[in-house]
Design a protein around this ligand. Structure first.
Ligand SMILES: [Zn+2]
Length: 277
């Protein structure tokens, strides 16, 4: 699933290559991914120039005169600029031609959604209606973060993943942020003290910004997900202390953490530091 650093990279690459170009062709191979909140279909875009590419939550938004096409890739969706003569892969869901360039949306699981709406009509898309605070914006201050955190009655990892609170953190970066802050993923929000909250806020900003910089620096094609620099997600050994990393189930998701650098704070948890394992 693309996360914020991936989405920003994709947005920038799409914007740089396609902005100002009119749509010259459209093809839909998997109608199951399409959602229309206007009368008509993708052919409404023909002849309209792409004004800009933006992001809303987990979606990439192609903004045209009068219409927005918002694509939420969910688990497996990805964009690709087709090379000349490139054959259609079986995962092709739809494609937009922009003169000599074809932008393809591929989705092996067909779980992603492409919404065509009147410009700015976000009320038509419940999944994208309520956005949390943009964690990259100047409004994401310590004070705003503390006030959000204080109201929570759930586990910290669930809070980090809540798109209605924070825009936007996914599974991979939730693990990286909690590792950076030294906080166990199952910690209750209300059990986090002031110093922990400061560390957590700092970690959100620093982990996301350095990941954005790294993904931009690597400048891979838009269908390549750059994740090899992550420290704990899908890794075996803690890069800080050498302990074996562990996983914990949090709301049905596997969280990766270091039992030494992120000690459990809830009673009843096994304290791995004391078992000698
Ligand atoms: Zn460690």
């Amino acid at each position: 699933m693309p996360e914020l650093p991936d989405l920003l990279h994709i947005r920038n690459k799409l914007d740089a290559r396609l902005r100002g170009r009119p749509v010259s062709a459209e093809r839909v191979r998997e109608p199951v991914v399409m959602r229309f909140a206007v009368h008509g279909n993708l052919s409404l875009l023909l002849g309209r120039a792409l004004r800009e590419v933006g992001r809303r939550g987990a979606a990439i938004v192609l903004r045209f005169e009068g219409l927005d096409l918002a694509v939420d890739p969910m688990l497996a969706g990805r964009f690709r600029f087709a090379e000349p003569g490139e054959r259609d892969p079986v995962s092709l869901a739809f494609a937009l031609g922009f003169g000599d360039v074809e932008l393809r949306y591929l989705d092996d699981k067909k779980m992603g959604k492409a919404y065509l709406i009147a410009s700015g009509d976000w009320g038509a898309i419940p999944a994208l209606r309520a956005g949390g605070i943009d964690i990259l914006s100047p409004e994401f201050t310590r004070e705003r973060f503390f006030s959000l955190l204080r109201r929570r009655r759930d586990q910290v990892r669930v809070f980090l993943l809540d798109k209605k609170a924070l825009d936007t953190i996914g599974n991979a970066y939730a693990d990286e942020i909690l590792f950076e802050a030294g906080i166990h993923p199952k910690t209750w929000c209300r059990a986090i003290d002031h110093e922990g909250a400061v560390r957590l806020h700092d970690a959100i900003v620093s982990v996301m910004q350095s990941a954005i910089d790294e993904v931009a620096r690597r400048d891979e094609p838009i269908d390549v997900k750059v994740r090899d620099f992550l420290k704990v997600r899908l890794k075996d050994v803690c890069p800080r202390c050498g302990s074996k990393l562990r996983t914990a189930g949090v709301m049905g998701m596997d969280a990766f953490f270091c039992p030494n650098c992120q000690p459990a704070t809830r009673p009843g948890f096994v304290d791995w530091r004391k078992t000698g394992v």
